[in-house]
Design a protein around this ligand. Structure first.
Ligand code: NAD
Ligand code: UDP
Ligand code: UDP
Length: 316
């Protein structure tokens, strides 16, 4: 098949491309390199089945493909809040363009949505029926509401234009290739511990998240794309940790001397988050296989190697 991956030079997208290429598909990677990097896809650059297009999805583009994995959108609060209007444009105009493309060429379309559509959830764990508790005017809204309208667009293109959609609600995912300056909690804590800098815990660290290793997540995305259910489907690891527990785990693994420094909790930071993955289990036969302790080791190893290397300057 010929498969388009938007945001393919990013963290999850590049791992997905590795799997698709290994299966022998033709892959087109579309990315504007806002948070993505060529080094993530460097190994495929000379492959005859791989094509990289530098393009911003807020502009239309015509391509002929069989499937679209639509991942383009900055995912870290630091990056999506840097230019919130652009984040809205990417989610609204970008998703509209990619759905328009899928409609024209009759491609199956998978949206990478997020657990953020549940906002600061009042029910726990979160099922797909829960409609969420999102602040429409806060600093996270450009992303949360952006993804909610992206889901609305996907379902409306499905009902109105028969576009064959899949909607994944991805929960916190981590692993190799996260940016050093990504700003999300796993990469921050690992980088800080490796550099012997204070590890920043926001608030008192009692808020929870459930962390899924990237290879497990990618397997879930591919099963959803190639299965019969349109979703939405929660994809994430139901093992829930407080942020302080995560910091302790990273400290234990990387640098028992590292100091933990408490910093203010950002506005609208969700208190608890954990996926109910009953749908993913029954519809896709999917559940995560890698526990946090194992995934953290692989992530730490990747950061350790990258931090030892001089920063690349020849490509973005
Ligand atoms: P990432 O920031 O590493 O990847 C996003 C990619 O999209 C980058 O390569 C970036 O350059 C590209 N991009 C951004 N705006 C673009 C635009 N306007 N045009 C073209 N390309 C653009 O993030 P990630 O963690 O790999 O997340 C991928 C997708 O999964 C995102 O849609 C994100 O919302 C979703 N998601 C991720 C997580 C997570 O924990 N990683 C959780 C929930 C949802
Ligand atoms: N679009 C695109 N590539 C395509 C087909 C459409 O980028 O191959 C864009 C198109 O420019 C439009 C959007 O997707 O902005 C929605 O397309 P649709 O055909 O649904 O709506 P219309 O063009 O009729 O407004
Ligand atoms: N967090 C933290 N220290 C950091 C970065 C984040 O304590 O250096 C907290 C953050 O306040 C949130 C949790 O870790 O409660 C997860 O944050 P992240 O940005 O990774 O993802 P999201 O909030 O989008 O789930």
């Amino acid at each position: 098949m010929r498969i388009l991956v938007t945001g393919g030079a990013g963290f999850i997208g590049s791992h997905l491309i590795d799997r698709l290429m290994a299966q022998g598909h033709e892959v087109i990677c579309l990315d504007n390199f806002y948070t993505g990097h060529k080094r993530n896809i460097l190994k495929w650059m000379d492959h005859p089945y791989f094509e990289l297009i530098r393009h911003d999805i807020t502009e239309p583009i015509r391509l002929e493909v069989d499937q679209v994995y639509h991942l383009a959108c900055p995912a870290s609060p630091v990056h999506y809040q840097f230019n919130p209007v652009k984040t809205v444009k990417t989610n609204v105009m970008g998703t509209l363009n990619m759905l328009g493309l899928a409609k024209r060429v009759k491609a199956r379309f998978l949206l990478a949505s997020t657990s953020e559509v549940y906002g600061d959830p009042e029910i726990h764990p979160q099922t797909e029926e829960y409609r969420g508790n999102v602040n429409p005017i806060g600093i996270r809204s450009c992303y949360d509401e952006g993804k909610r309208i992206a889901e609305t667009l996907a379902f409306d293109y499905h009902r109105q234009n028969d576009v064959d959609i899949r909607v994944a609600r991805i929960f916190n995912t981590y692993g190799p290739r996260m940016l050093e300056n990504d700003g999300r909690v796993v990469s921050n804590l690992v980088v800080q511990a490796l550099k012997n800098m204070p590890m920043t815990v926001y608030g008192d660290g009692s808020q929870t998240r459930s962390f899924c290793y990237v290879s497990d997540l990618v397997e879930g995305l591919m099963r959803l794309m190639n299965g019969e259910q349109i979703g939405p489907v929660n994809l994430g690891n139901p093992d829930e940790y407080t942020i302080l527990e995560l910091a302790e785990a990273v400290r234990h693994l990387v640098n028992p001397q590292a100091e933990i420094k408490f910093a203010p909790l950002p506005q609208d930071d969700p208190r608890r988050r954990r996926p109910d993955i009953t749908r993913a289990k029954t519809w896709l036969g999917w559940e995560p296989t890698l526990p946090l302790s194992e995934g953290l080791k692989l992530t730490v190893e990747d950061f350790r190697q990258r931090l030892q290397q001089p920063q690349p300057t020849t490509y973005s």
